[in-house]
Design a protein around this ligand. Structure first.
Ligand code: FAD
Length: 644
């Protein structure tokens, strides 16, 4: 009887789930195995490019207790965004938000209900509930080689062949992913999920995969919006989803040099809580930070909302280790800067799981800010808001975050309130009279900038003054802290809306770009105009297209679009959406925008990759791939066709 068969028997005896094996059981068996395999227990030591830079520092061995359990489906939705207890629901014809995790929790939203009815003309009494989680028998049987399983048991890495475990790691959060979860079937899901608990375990696992020709897809928080974690449908080899969630220790915190060494699987909210308890912050806060991981941020070149103070992930990253089939890529020292040929950190940043597994990251940390303040400014129109933002960037006095919403988004944000005056809203009472009657703003033109200030109270005060002075030159009026705070709170809640929308045949999602200042306004207008025209041509009568400028730089901005429409019943709504988003992307590129500011390429935007980086750039990427992963073990198919 093979070790695999024996394990199954032992697992059954112990009452362990059909296909789930645990380290402790495996260990008992492997310890009695005759270990002749070169990968057994401890595995082959991969060549290391330079010694680990932090060899002198004592390392913490205790994992961080994550908010998100190893069995993710206990807490998170299996077919939608976020926590199971938090969602938009319709009760007696009125939309409300459940749970108490967010400020709009347990409140009914009559204005939002009105907005939905007006914008999309839906019948709120006829919602379409998604299919329940598939039964175990409905999952494709995993293709897993017994020899591989035998050796995996011996590596002390826990793994699962369970259908639901595999399904929830087969996708990210594109419209396509969620639609399939609700109404269809994925053509390919991983065959096995493994949870290594350390860098060394990953080294062993990668070596084993190389030996058995197994495909590895690294999985962090699964918040990808580029189809980056999905399995290529034509892949015939075994696909292993390498879930990094159990590698989540903060190995050390160096208060002198203000850096922390963390394992790559730690998710944003855990990282911030743990650092915060010691008086520090990384300051990296992408809108997905509750669920996305440090390794995922590096692998996708993520951008956080407070990048003006703390930097984007590439600014925060000091040192990184990536396990590839050819060895461990890392620098030999942990220094602020090096002039030592091309910077290989930048080979790892944005590699999207195609070159190896990021296992440990040393990031900058800062003491928690003494002062955090919100703010908002109303502008008569988008152009004036944008000019003001440009001036703020020119004078380099950006607060931690500055975001400009267009009129559509401003009105939508205003609708997400429970009762008049609840959050000191802009369009209520005296403020509305002041803004519209006295200042003459048109409610259908005006826009709002939201602000987050962080730092020393004196610096914040100075910055506030400077920004409100600049805004005044462009007709901007301070609109209060409550509006600003609410705007940022809504950032986290908005992601939940699509699940409700899909119950009423409304499909949509967001996409983003970066663009120079001189072309920002025209890009926003062109994309909106194009989508409006295309919707009309496709007979789509009810749609929303809006944008906001979310990041500012010396030379340009980042723009985020939200696009959704009520499906008219013709064709497949996702195919229609994807076609329209493709047209929007063409328009973005024609208007001088980039393929992506922070969502990455994945499989979704692969077709434009060569036009962004040149033919030679593609060849350079492929040569790197060949060098680091000659057998294409990391065959998730992202970035560029991997016909090596
Ligand atoms: C609601 C919402 C809001 C978002 N807001 C932002 C935002 O503000 N800013 C932003 O930048 N992005 C944002 N995103 C996109 C997404 O959260 C980021 O791309 C994030 O960095 C992905 O991290 P993850 O841990 O979820 O990675 P995953 O989705 O698990 O993986 C993404 C890619 O990285 C690879 N990968 C993951 N971990 C590793 C690892 N350890 N080693 C090697 N490869 C790895 C995967 O194979 C995959 O190719 C948002 C997404 C959603 C759904």
């Amino acid at each position: 009887m093979s070790a695999d068969d024996r394990l199954k028997v032992v697992a059954r005896h112990l009452g362990v789930g059909k296909n789930v094996f645990h380290t402790s059981i495996a260990m008992q068996l492997c310890s009695s195995e005759n270990k002749t395999s070169d990968t057994a227990q401890g595995g082959v030591v991969l060549p290391q490019i330079g010694p680990s830079s932090d060899a002198r520092k004592p390392r913490r061995s205790k994992p961080v207790k994550s908010v998100i359990p190893k069995n993710r489906q206990e807490l998170l939705k299996w077919n939608g965004w976020g926590y199971k207890d938090s969602k938009f629901v319709v009760e007696n014809g009125i939309v409300s938000f459940t749970g108490n995790r967010y400020a709009i929790g347990n409140l009914s939203l009559p204005y939002f209900t009105e907005w939905v009815l007006e914008k999309f003309d839906v019948d709120l009494n006829s919602g379409k509930i998604a299919d329940p989680v598939p039964k175990q028998d409905n999952f494709p049987s995993p293709i897993v080689d017994a020899g591989f399983l035998d050796e995996l048991h011996c590596l002390q890495i826990s793994f699962s062949l369970d259908g639901v475990d595999r399904l929830i790691r087969s996708h990210g959060h594109t419209l396509h992913d969620i639609f399939i979860l609700r109404e269809g079937t994925f053509e390919r899901i991983p065959d096995i999920v493994a949870w290594p608990e350390s860098h060394d375990a990953v080294v062993n696992l990668v070596q084993l995969a190389e030996k058995h020709d197994i495909v590895i897809i690294p999985f962090g928080g699964g918040t990808s919006v580029s189809k980056a974690v999905s399995c290529p449908r034509e892949e015939t080899r075994t696909i292993l989803s390498l879930d990094t969630s159990q590698m989540n220790r903060i190995l050390w915190l160096d208060q002198e040099n203000l850096v922390a060494c963390c394992e790559a699987g730690i998710v944003g909210q855990d990282l911030e809580r743990e650092l915060g308890q010691q008086g520090f912050t990384s300051g990296h806060e992408p809108d997905s930070y509750e669920f996305s991981s440090l390794g995922g941020w590096v692998a996708t070149r993520a951008s956080g909302m407070k990048k003006n103070v703390y930097g984007n992930i590439e600014d925060l990253l000091v040192h990184v280790r990536m396990v590839t089939p050819s060895g461990v890529l890392e620098k030999s020292c942990q220094v602020p800067r090096m002039s030592c040929g091309p910077d290989f950190n930048h080979v790892i940043l944005g590699s999207e799981g195609t070159l190896g597994v990021i296992t440990e990251v040393i990031i900058k940390v800062r003491p928690l800010p003494q002062c955090k303040k919100y703010g908002s400014i109303a502008f008569p129109n988008f152009e004036s808001g944008l000019l003001s933002m440009r001036e703020v960037a020119k004078q380099r006095c950006q607060p931690a975050s500055i975001r400009l919403m267009d009129n559509e988004q401003f009105k939508f944000g205003q609708s997400l309130r429970p009762v008049p005056g609840y959050f000191g809203l802009l369009l209520d009472g005296l403020k509305k009279i002041y803004i519209t009657k006295i200042k003459g703003f048109d409610v259908n033109q005006m826009c709002v900038t939201t602000l987050v200030f962080e730092g020393d109270p004196k610096d914040v005060e100075h910055q506030e003054k400077k920004i409100y002075d600049i805004a005044a030159q462009y007709g901007g009026i301070p609109a209060g802290e409550a509006n600003g705070e609410r705007g940022y709170m809504l950032t986290f809640v908005i992601a939940y809306i699509r699940d409700l929308a899909m119950e009423y045949n409304i499909v949509g999602e967001s996409f983003e770009t970066s663009v120079s200042w001189d072309r920002t306004l025209s890009l926003c207008n062109n994309v909106k105009h194009r989508l409006k025209k295309e919707c009309e041509a496709a007979g789509i009568r009810h749609f929303m297209i809006s944008c906001r400028v979310t990041q500012t730089y010396d030379v340009g901005s980042c723009v985020y679009f939200y696009f959704g429409f009520k499906w008219n019943g013709v064709g497949n709504p996702v195919t229609t959406y994807e076609h329209l988003e493709e047209l929007a992307r063409d328009e973005i590129l024609a208007s001088g925008g980039s393929l992506s500011h922070h969502h990455g390429v994945g499989k979704l935007r692969m077709r434009w990759f060569p036009s962004q980086v040149s033919k030679l750039g593609v060849e350079l990427y492929r040569a790197t791939k060949r060098q680091l992963d000659p057998k294409n073990i990391f065959a998730n198919g992202n970035i560029s066709k991997q016909n090596l």
